[in-house]
Design a protein around this ligand. Structure first.
Ligand code: NAP
Length: 379
């Protein structure tokens, strides 16, 4: 009898249930920061559907409007979601949240719909909070990889490239460039701080970092509160802007964004890289036409004409969110999404479904008013 056969005789075969139990105790625990957010709820749901053990952070466990939808994301989950408190402004809150985790998906970051009074209101929590999370990962000692939700905001701003330029992961926003919004600075500085921090760790202490850089994220809503992504669909369906700003966005479906985070956590080649997430570029007018076709007959008056620039300039005097978008009027930011398709193997959903599904879910969740002729989405 060979040595190999002898060895195999000694292997104790556990019954299937016990093998499963063993895995239960040793399967990786994943922390999702800002778990009750628009994108994070999709990440948590997909992780639970894939059978992972998930812990999520919220700022306050007492805020039921955020925690209740979070706990109901996956009723059939193998493991119940664990929800803990942590705040980007409180460094000490992160180590207890991260202890025992193998992977950390860091989505939490302020994403305001208007510029704050002072840019530090978004920059400090984004940068200092990211560093607090990473330092806690280092201290915890169990973390193998961190996936950071950055944005194309850290890629596309502050440089004078024309509308034909195709942005890739090697581009960086120039934070001292003209008209760079505080939110864009916050995402750029936080992402840079993350790369620098991981680089500063010595070989054996270093964990991996993978970054995803989504464009404008749209698609169905699972969270209980309003997020900045929902602003344009709401304004379109509720006719809160009689004419459209001539704005163009690289867009991507939230379900693909969640999938991309999980791939960035598991795919070997994702470590050490940034990944642009963008399906295609769309004008607000393209979005409006999709919504008019679907919801026009249901009593929603969707505007479909672009506003002349002088009108927008006047409106920006009264509306801070118009003031914020004014420098982007007419600009096109083309994105190279090769890594999304090849490394992360995301086959993007058709954007028509993205908009339609998003608006139905916003109406059902009370984020957009129900018109009298509204008919629920046929499944
Ligand atoms: P969101 O729903 O507003 O999510 C932001 C999350 O960050 C929320 O869970 C929020 O917690 C949390 N947060 C904010 N300040 C915090 C603090 N001081 N301490 C702890 N948590 C804090 O918006 P989202 O669209 O899902 O954004 C998630 C991430 O994706 C952000 O990093 C954002 O920059 C990035 N991103 C978004 C888009 C997009 O189009 N939506 C595009 C590219 C990148 P609360 O619920 O307690 O406020």
């Amino acid at each position: 009898m060979s040595e190999q056969e002898n060895a195999s005789e000694e292997i104790v075969q556990l019954p299937d249930e016990e093998v499963a139990d063993l895995y239960d105790n040793t399967g990786p625990l994943i922390l999702v920061t800002g778990a009750s957010g628009y994108i994070a709820t999709h990440i948590v749901q997909q992780l639970q559907q894939e059978g992972y053990r998930v812990r999520g952070t919220v700022r306050s466990l007492r805020n039921e409007s955020k925690t209740k939808p979070l706990r109901q994301l996956c009723p059939e989950a193998k493991y119940q979601l664990e929800v803990v408190e942590a705040d980007l402004n409180v460094e000490a809150s992160w180590l207890p949240a991260i202890k025992g985790c193998t992977y950390v998906i860091h989505t939490a970051s302020p994403f305001p719909k208007e510029n704050p009074k002072h840019e530090d209101e978004v920059i400090r929590p984004a940068v200092d909070g990211t560093l607090s999370v990473l330092k806690a990962c280092h201290e915890a000692g169990s973390v193998k990889r961190v996936v950071l939700t950055s944005s194309i905001a850290s890629i596309i701003a502050g440089n004078d490239h024309g509308n034909d330029y195709v942005y890739s992961e090697s581009d960086w926003t120039n934070v001292v460039g003209k008209n760079v919004l505080p939110y864009y600075k916050s995402k750029t500085l936080a992402e840079k701080a993350a790369w620098d921090y991981v680089e500063s760790l010595s070989g054996e202490q270093r964990f991996e970092l993978a970054v995803v850089n989504p464009g404008y994220v749209l698609g169905p809503v699972l969270c209980g509160s309003f997020a900045t992504s929902m602003e344009i669909p709401k304004r379109l369906l509720q006719h809160e802007m009689p004419m459209l700003p001539k704005l163009n966005f690289p867009v991507v479906d939230v379900r693909d964004v969640a999938k991309a985070h999980i791939k960035a956590m598991t795919v070997l080649e994702a470590a050490g890289n940034r990944h642009i997430l963008s399906t295609c570029n769309m004008w607000v007018k393209d979005m409006a036409l999709i919504l008019k076709e679907e919801f026009g007959s249901q009593g929603y008056h969707v505007p479909t004409h672009n506003a002349p620039s002088p009108l927008l300039k006047v409106s920006s005097l009264f509306d801070k969110s118009i003031k914020m978008i004014l420098p982007s009027i007419g600009e096109i930011k083309l994105m190279d999404n090769t890594r999304m398709k090849t490394t992360l193997e995301i086959q993007a959903m058709p954007v028509h479904n993205t908009f339609v599904d998003m608006c139905y879910s916003m109406i059902e969740n009370g984020m957009i008013k129900k018109a009298k002729k509204y008919k629920a989405q046929s499944k």
